[in-house]
Design a protein around this ligand. Structure first.
Ligand SMILES: Nc1ncnc2c1ncn2[C@@H]1O[C@H](COP(=O)(O)OP(=O)(O)OP(=O)(O)O)[C@@H](O)[C@H]1O
Ligand SMILES: [Mg+2]
Length: 173
């Protein structure tokens, strides 16, 4: 996991390293969790009560990438909002059995890094386990489910790193 973070966030990645394509997003999950789960990088095969139906996963992921490119090129949307929306959409599609949260947070940070924006440094011990911040985080994700990105955007903004970053390891947690 640490390795994947360093590969993509230690220096600005190239478009070749981070092409924001469908196969690359799966590869990213494998790079993060390859040493933890044998199935890392593979889409789930069963339905969950969260996420889109299995047969829709790739379609929705591709739409997400198309939207992202559109927001970036044509729409007047700032990078932090692009990244918050990417984060939310990726985790709501829920392509994997596990690790969707960490994968989506790294994905959105790679987008920021690629575009020269400071990354969001998530407070590790808080987002990943039970805590007030965790609850705030989850309720922000839920509000975004209903189209209200205010809270999620505020969290991204609150944790935007200001300096060149020593806390880079918290970029997904
Ligand atoms: N209503 C919801 N809509 C969209 N996403 C949700 C919702 N509830 C929870 N989630 C997301 O699902 C994630 C958990 O998914 P998963 O366990 O696959 O990822 P993780 O990386 O293991 O977890 P974590 O995000 O806790 O580090 C949560 O982080 C949250 O972002
Ligand atoms: Mg999990």
């Amino acid at each position: 996991m640490r390795k994947a973070v360093l590969v993509y966030l230690a220096a600005k990645p190239t478009r070749r390293q981070a092409p924001f394509s469908l196969p690359w997003m799966y590869k990213l999950h494998r790079q993060i969790f390859g040493e933890v789960w044998r199935w890392a990088g593979k889409r789930r095969c069963s339905e969950l009560n969260l996420g889109v139906p299995v047969h829709q996963i790739d379609i929705e992921l591709q739409t997400m990438l198309d939207n992202l490119a559109y927001w970036h090129e044509n729409a007047d949307m700032n990078l932090l909002e692009q990244s918050a929306r990417l984060h939310h959409r990726a985790v709501s599609i829920h392509p994997f059995l596990n690790g969707n949260g960490r994968w989506s947070r790294l994905l959105s940070n790679i987008w920021l890094r690629l575009n020269g924006h400071p990354i969001t440094v998530w407070p590790e011990e808080h987002v990943g386990s039970t805590s007030v911040i965790r609850d705030t985080y989850l309720s922000a994700i839920r509000a975004a489910d209903f189209g209200d990105f205010t809270a999620l955007l505020a969290l991204h903004r609150r944790y935007t790193s200001t300096s060149g970053d020593s806390r880079i390891n918290n970029a997904i947690l």
